[in-house]
Design a protein around this ligand. Structure first.
Ligand SMILES: NC(=O)c1ccc[n+]([C@@H]2O[C@H](COP(=O)([O-])OP(=O)(O)OC[C@H]3O[C@@H](n4cnc5c(N)ncnc54)[C@H](O)[C@@H]3O)[C@@H](O)[C@H]2O)c1
Length: 367
């Protein structure tokens, strides 16, 4: 193999450690430098992981860096992605791709013009859990998909995150924050969506920070819906029901289930790379746990490695901008549907990303 694809990380906050660690097993990538608006944060992370810290401008101007991994807060995603693209770099961004469709579209257009790639979290659908579900569906274990449910409910992130403000600003809320895991998994399993509708509400106009930091007790304003119920019609005919909520203290709902003409599939938490995967086919007396067909010993970073493989081998990347834009379009459409008392026809579409091959060696993808 030639020299690794050099990566620069912009945004050295809470999630960045997962990327420094998660990229490590992949020889195809090397994190060359890291940057943050707060240079001290970049220095701390740099020291921790043996990577040089620099300013955002220096990182973006570095001709050796081919992939910018953008781990800033949602409202900065488009700006940092566009700055990276303008310097001729491919960008892999934390979710969401952007806080609105227009910024998402501009990002994809700018990348196409420059001939660089765009990718966006989540990459969890490349983990053993969701890949196994994909294989079961594609192999016909549950027949034709008829319906699905997807539920993510809790009471928000102010109890643990050191700076939870962005979860209650545009680009946050349960749909823009957690929806990408659920929608990306569903689109990977069932294909693109053609129509959605939904209802949203905002229950608490402010939130109180309750984690043990100097900001304990501070109130933060809520600018976005914090509870959403939606319906999605997939192009393949399946119909899904979902709830995404930061307003529920407790529940007994599953994460994702898919109901087919010949059986049902229990999909594991799409915010992890793991199982368990369970199936109950017509005539079965109980659910059966299915051994995973793909490795669950992967983590955040597999999407960056996937992009590096695409750059080096000239193939499509799975964690790609078309998929991320379709998910962004869906997320925005639930709110539009609720505001306009209507179904929304989805204009965007995407291909289901290719399944990972089975039996990959650790630290490799497909080549
Ligand atoms: N925290 C988690 O558990 C988690 C999990 C999965 C995904 N994410 C996603 O990761 C992203 C970051 O979340 P986080 O929890 O790490 O946030 P954070 O607030 O802890 O860190 C964000 C960092 O980005 C920096 N930053 C902001 N704007 C910038 C800009 N324009 N240029 C350079 N640096 C900038 C901030 O200074 C900060 O250090 C979000 O999109 C979030 O949805 C977070």
């Amino acid at each position: 193999m030639g020299s690794p694809v050099k990566v620069g990380i912009v945004g050295c906050g809470t999630i960045s450690g997962a990327y420094f660690k998660g990229c490590d097993p992949y020889d195809i990538i090397e994190i060359k430098s890291c940057a943050d608006l707060d240079i001290n944060r970049a220095k701390e992370r740099g020291e921790e992981y043996g990577v040089q810290a620099c300013s955002v401008e220096e990182l973006l101007a570095d001709p050796e860096i081919q992939i910018v991994v953008n781990l800033t807060i949602p409202k900065a995603h488009a700006e940092v992605n566009l700055a990276g693209i303008a310097e001729g770099k491919s960008v892999h961004c934390e979710k969401p791709l952007a806080v609105n469709r227009a910024d998402g579209k501009r990002t994809l257009e700018a990348a196409a013009e420059k001939g660089v790639l765009v990718g966006c979290a989540p990459d969890t659908f490349l983990g053993g859990g969701v890949q196994t579900c994909r294989k079961l569906i594609d192999d016909g274990w549950i027949g034709d998909p008829v319906a699905a449910t997807a539920f993510m409910a809790g009471h928000g992130h102010e109890s643990w995150h050191p700076a939870p403000d962005f979860y209650y600003e545009i680009g946050g809320g349960p749909m823009f924050d957690m929806g990408p895991y659920y929608l990306t998994a569903l689109v990977n399993l069932l294909g693109p969506v053609k129509r959605v509708t939904g209802s949203t509400r905002m229950t608490f106009p402010e939130r109180t920070i309750t984690n043990k930091t100097p900001r304990y007790g501070e109130k933060i304003p809520v600018d976005i819906p914090t509870h959403l119920t939606g319906i999605m019609d997939f192009a393949n005919g399946a119909v899904a029901t979902l709830i995404m909520s930061f307003d529920m203290w407790a529940h007994n709902l599953p994460r994702i289930e898919i109901y087919g003409s010949e059986g049902s599939l229990s999909v594991p938490d799409p915010n992890t790379f793991r199982g368990p995967v369970k199936v109950r086919r017509a005539g079965d007396d109980e659910w059966r746990e299915i051994p995973l067909t793909h490795s669950d010993s992967v983590s955040r970073g597999i999407g960056v490695a996937d992009m590096a493989y695409a750059l080096v081998h000239g193939r499509k990347h799975r964690v790609n901008g078309d998929l991320a834009y379709h998910v962004l379009d869906l997320m925005a459409s639930f709110e539009d549907a609720s505001n306009n008392n209507a179904h929304v026809q989805i204009e965007s579409t995407c291909e289901r990303p290719a399944m990972l091959p089975m039996g990959l060696l650790p630290g490799t993808l497909d080549e």
